[in-house]
Every structure is written in C-alpha cells, then in structure tokens.
Design a protein around this ligand. Structure first.
Ligand code: BES
Ligand code: ZN
Ligand code: ZN
Length: 444
C-alpha cells in the first residue's frame, strides 16, 4: 500500500496556492486538506500560542487527523521545531482510535489508519495506558466495584509490583475513615485499602501515589440529584489515573520506588451508611465530623495521606475527582493542582508545558482553613462557605500530610466531552504525562 505524506505546516507561505484559494482556512474547524495525494495540516494560526497550548493542541490535531484519514498508511513530514510537539501528534493519532464498545452488540466501524513514525514504540506504550484508564472509568459500577478496580489494577501493573489489600475489621481499625465511607455498600462492594509496590531495582527515591477510587458516588445520605449523579461512575477516575501513572513510570524504566495506594469504596445509601453529623476517629487520631456525606473523597484520602506520611517518602502525589468547584473554576479539560512546596510547583508547571498536558495551580490559601472548624470535633469535612470549595477540600487533605513532605494534590474531571477535535465522550487520563515527566526530571 502506498504511504501518504502528511505535511505539518506552521508557516502560511508553505501552503499550496490551490488550498489557499479554494478554502477558508480556520483553526480549529477547517485546517486539514487533501491535495495531490498529500494531506496538508495548516497550523500557522497557532504559532503565537504559548508552549502549553501549542503542545495541547498538537495532541488534539493528531486525534482530528486520524478521523480525517480513517484508512491507509501515512507518515509525517514535520516542518516544526521540537520533537516533543511531534510526539504529541502521534499520540493523538493513536488515542483517536479508542472506542468503548464492549457493551454494544453491533460494533461501530473501527478506525485503523496507520501512522509510521519514529515515535511509534513510545506512543504505543502510552496508548496502552490511556486505553486502560479510559476503559476502567467507562466501565459502569454494576460491573466495577472496589474489588474489580483492585484486581484489574494489579493485573495491569503485573509482576513488577507486589500488592496487598486491607478490608473488613482490619480496615475499620487501620483506616477508619475509608471504612466509614464505604460501610453502607452491599457486601460485594465492601471498602478496600490497597497498596501496590514496585519491586524494581532498589532506588533511594520513594514515591507515594494515592488515588480516590469511589466506584460510584451517590452522595450518600446527602443524596445527589439525578443530574449530579449521572456521571458518578467516573468517581474512581483518580485511582484509574494513578494506576495509569504507575504504568507510564514502569514502561519508561524510571528507577524509583513506587507505592500506589488506592482507596476503594462505593458511596452508597443504606441503613449502614454513615450520616451527616457522625464523628469518626481518623487514622492519625483526630476526630472528624461529617458535615456532608457527599464530601467523601477527602475522607478516604485523609487516612491514606496519613499512612503515606508515616513512611516519610520523597514525594506524595494524590489524584481525585474531588470537587465540582474545581470544574467550575477551570472547566473540565484542566485539572487543578495544589502543592505545599514552591519549587515542586514550578517543576510541575514546566512539565505540564513541555508535555502539553494541562494542569493549573490553585492556592492552598491558609486563611480559609478556619472554615473547616467543627463545633464538636477536631475538624469538619466541609467548609462553611459556598466559595472556594476546591481550596477548602485541598486544605482538608493538607491537614493529614506531614509538613516536610513535598505533596501534590490533583483535582481532576477524568472525563472528556465532545469538542472540535473529537466526538469521544467518556473517561479520560489527565495530568499523568505531566506527572511522569516531573518524576523523571526530579528523581533521575
Ligand atoms: N465526586 C464529587 C465531586 C465531583 C462532582 C467531581 C462532579 C467532578 C464532577 C465529590 O465527592 C463531591 O460530591 N463533592 C462535593 C463536595 C461538597 C459536598 C462539599 C461537591 O463538589 O459538590
Ligand atoms: Zn461526593
Ligand atoms: Zn466523590
């Protein structure tokens, strides 16, 4: 089969006259053209953008490209400057192939165009991770509870990792907040704390990665509305992304000691559910009053953060679909991050720009922490203001992290909606390419 060239152009004067005269070139709706057995991708309208935006768009362009090409064999002639940008195009191309059709008897057409590129082996590895993360998030809660997340995560990370899980009475004793949130669920969906460790070559750098894995968030007794609940199978998106991050670290051979902690619960309604005004003793000994059973993510993470801090790691990273407020602030495509160490924040921002994997800092604004004061306990799980909800959630988590340990908290949507580049709607890997680069830069 003949290989068709795809010309990626950043200068207007490189575009063939015929295209210029016959079409209204406009990014992002109309910038890919077929002419003389070649595909032309006209990107002169994005050259003024900053690095983050440009790299982000290049991945999106890759998705749009495969949907444009559909079938055949292609190769890229890249008239840009940096390798990183080109790799994003290739990754986008691969991601554009994703379908979640496990539950469709009539399968839709597959897009199976091939892109021959020098980045192939890297993008194939990343693609595997992205598809795993998406599949896990897209699988509904009647098929995916705490146990299934644990088993699938373990199977995905394979032999290089050892794992243990804590449940039942041991969980109640050692991780009381995780137990309290998950105790209302049916017996097939009982809460689990799990620890998956890398068995790689011994490295001195210890990294803890913690994921919020709420297999479904009804809100608990503070029940969500129908529309508020409709996407809540994705409330394990933090855990899915953390498994994905470990996969990326593993496949790139970065030599660090990883401990992955997953807090796996279903936040459900039953006679055993925890209640607003209940008070529980956390792993670190302080008492937490429940202001709202829908603010469950920060509770389960709190015990895991305490546990991680006990090992004095070099860094703790947590990922969670924690607040609607973070989405109100930044929309669904840009996860927010919080960090207790300025140097680390700058490194993460740089990693985000270089990878085109968006993530944006919000402040751990100390002056809001008084909002978490509880009348009858040491701390309450919600703030007393309707404003700054993502910040008060992060401040709650910060209470459980030992001050001297560098810590990053990521509040993400873990879900994509259709846009100008792609019609895909569903679970999404977010922030993990930036985090992988950060770890690579900081620890090797
Ligand atoms: N899982 C939700 C947060 C969420 C909602 C993320 C929608 C992404 C999209 C979380 O458990 C929750 O319900 N948070 C509450 C907190 C509130 C009760 C203080 C929220 O954000 O409304
Ligand atoms: Zn909730
Ligand atoms: Zn939740």
């Amino acid at each position: 089969m003949k290989k068709i060239p795809i010309l990626i152009l950043f200068k207007e004067n490189k575009i063939p006259k015929k295209i210029k005269e016959s079409s209204d070139i406009h990014f992002p709706s109309n910038f890919i053209f077929k002419e003389n057995e070649s595909i032309y991708v006209c990107l002169h309208q994005i050259v003024h953008l900053n690095k983050l935006q440009k790299n982000f768009f290049l991945l999106q362009v890759g998705i749009k490209l495969i949907n444009f090409c559909k079938k055949g064999k292609y190769y890229i002639k890249y008239f840009g400057d940096k390798n990183l940008e080109e790799i994003n195009l290739c990754l986008g191309w691969e991601l554009g192939k994703y379908k979640f059709d496990k539950f469709k008897i009539k399968n839709r057409n597959k897009t199976d165009a091939d892109l021959i590129s020098k980045f192939e082996s890297q993008t194939k590895k990343d693609k595997k991770v992205f598809f795993f993360v998406r599949d896990l998030i897209n699988t509904p809660a009647n098929f995916l509870g705490p146990d299934e997340i644990y088993n699938l995560g373990r199977a995905f990370l394979k032999m290089n990792f050892s794992s243990k899980k804590i449940s039942g009475n041991e969980l109640k004793k050692k991780f009381p907040l995780i137990h309290s949130v998950g105790k209302g669920a049916s017996k097939e969906k009982k809460p689990i704390f799990c620890e998956i460790k890398s068995k790689a070559k011994k490295s001195k750098k210890k990294i803890f990665i913690i994921g919020k894995g709420v297999s479904f968030d009804t809100g608990g007794l503070n029940l969500k509305t129908g529309s508020g609940m409709s996407l809540m199978k994705k409330d394990m998106g933090g855990a899915a992304n953390c498994i994905g991050l470990c996969g990326l670290i593993k496949s790139s051979g970065i030599n660090v000691d990883i401990t992955l902690l997953l807090c796996l619960v279903e936040n459900s309604v039953s006679r055993d559910s925890f209640r607003p005004s209940d008070i529980f003793k956390s792993r670190d000994g302080r008492f937490v009053e429940i202001g709202d059973t829908d603010a469950e993510g920060r509770l389960i993470l709190a015990d895991a953060l305490t546990y991680a801090s006990e090992s004095k790691p070099d860094i703790i990273i947590d990922m969670a679909t924690l607040t609607g407020a973070s989405r109100v602030a930044l929309g669904i495509e840009v996860p927010s991050f919080f960090c207790n160490n300025d140097e680390l924040s700058m490194q993460l921002i740089k990693a985000s720009q270089e990878t085109g994997d968006p993530i944006w800092q919000l402040p751990l604004w100390e002056n809001y922490s008084s909002q978490l004061t509880s009348n009858h306990a040491d701390i309450k799980n919600i703030g007393n203001s309707v404003f700054g909800g993502a910040i008060t959630a992060a401040l709650f988590l910060k209470e459980f992290v030992k001050k001297e340990i560098p810590w990053i908290h990521i509040d993400l949507m873990a879900w994509s909606r259709p846009n100008k580049f792609s019609s895909y709607e569903g679970g999404e890997a977010m922030g993990i390419r930036a985090l992988k680069r950060l770890i690579e830069k900081r620890f090797t």
